[in-house]
Design a protein around this ligand. Structure first.
Ligand SMILES: [Zn+2]
Length: 361
């Protein structure tokens, strides 16, 4: 059966979506750089693909351009890239120069560079060389992909994801003693998804009570990963047992305290206790993505301080009656400022509510 040909703009969208898929390959390696994907298309066919793997290595555009076997086709091709090509010398030469040198006649860009100082420079350089440049194809998705990178640089703090699991009657735990086991709300599937979330984070924050009650290791076990996120906790008076798993040295830990700062192997105590101080320290340490795993007090405090970018709430189908209340959300901003997705978690009977604050307006 003959299909109607798709329009040029539809085609641009499809190839930009492929750039986003490619970019995401570097979800655990790109930081501190943004994730970027690129494809080279000749007469409706992809002839080259690339993405940026990690800092110091080539950007997405040279990777895609060099993967093209017949380089003479570049002069009749379109290059798609999810982020504006760079125009300055960094660890690698400017991608805009390479595109010009290869004689690529058309470039489709997902979003402008988010840094006001350089935004638009790469685009201008290409246009001045006579290249047809299209900007803003799947712009929102391209910006959202690098929402942690953009938030970190523009707001000088980590991108903050809050995550908790609750019962159908909005309890996050039963009221219990430390030796009693925690209420099991997640199932195998959703526990695995939590480890995937850890894999995509630079640091995990928990409160003192969570360490005291549950003694978590905050390692990544149920998702393939080389990542060892920094473990962050509060211990105002250094009262936690030195035997707690969080101090075992298997991953670096950072403890915010009101006592003196000190360093013991890869456990570091820093005297700081307010959110502005803490955000400043995490920014200086290069933490772009902070995952907050509780407990209730920490979550509520961050919500009340409006210090969050994303919230994932898992809800189990059962009720427990008495228990510890889940954090209270109050979305006072316009509904349009968020992307809210409510869905069933894979084959699990758990519901996931995913709230993401849009970084574009
Ligand atoms: Zn570049």
């Amino acid at each position: 059966m003959l299909q109607a040909p798709i329009s040029k703009s539809e085609e641009d969208k499809i190839f930009m979506q492929r750039c986003l898929q490619l970019a995401y390959h570097a979800v655990d390696t790109a930081a501190p750089n943004p994730m970027v994907g690129a494809v080279v298309v000749h007469q409706g066919k992809i002839i080259g693909e690339g993405w940026h793997r990690k800092a110091g290595q080539p950007h997405a555009e040279p990777n895609a351009i060099r993967s093209v076997k017949n380089q003479s086709l570049l002069k009749e091709s379109t290059l798609y890239v999810s982020l504006e090509p760079c125009s300055h010398y960094g660890k690698t030469p400017p991608c805009a120069d390479l595109i010009i040198e290869k004689g690529i006649p058309r470039v489709v860009i997902g979003c402008e560079d988010p840094f006001p100082e350089v935004s638009g420079r790469g685009i201008r350089k290409l246009q001045e060389a006579g290249i047809e440049v299209v900007v803003g194809v799947e712009r929102e998705a391209c910006l959202q992909l690098n929402r942690a990178f953009i938030t970190y640089h523009l707001q000088h703090r980590p991108y903050i994801t809050l995550k908790w699991a609750q019962t159908a009657d909005s309890k996050i735990d039963r009221i219990r003693e430390p030796q009693e086991s925690a209420l099991q709300i997640s199932d195998h599937y959703t526990a695995m998804m939590v480890h995937k979330l850890r894999h995509e984070s630079d640091a995990i924050l928990v409160g003192r009570n969570t360490v005291y009650m549950d003694n978590p290791s905050l390692s990544i076990r149920h998702w393939p990963s080389e990542n060892k996120p920094l473990r962050i906790l509060f211990d105002r008076n250094n009262q936690l047992s030195a035997q707690a798993k969080i101090f075992d040295g298997s991953q670096a830990s950072l403890i915010f305290t009101e006592q003196a700062s000190k360093q013991e192997e890869n456990n570091e105590w820093i005297q700081a206790y307010t959110w502005p101080e803490i955000m400043e320290i995490l920014y200086r340490k290069g933490i772009q993505r902070l995952l907050v795993e509780g407990g209730r007090k920490i979550h509520q405090s961050l919500i009340d301080s409006n210090l969050w970018d994303e919230i994932q709430i898992e809800t189990a189908p059962f009720e427990i009656g008495d228990g510890i209340d889940a954090p209270q959300l109050h979305l006072t901003e316009k509904k349009d400022d968020f992307i809210i997705v409510q869905k069933q978690a894979g084959s699990s009977d758990r519901q996931i509510c995913h709230i993401v604050r849009k970084i574009y307006k």
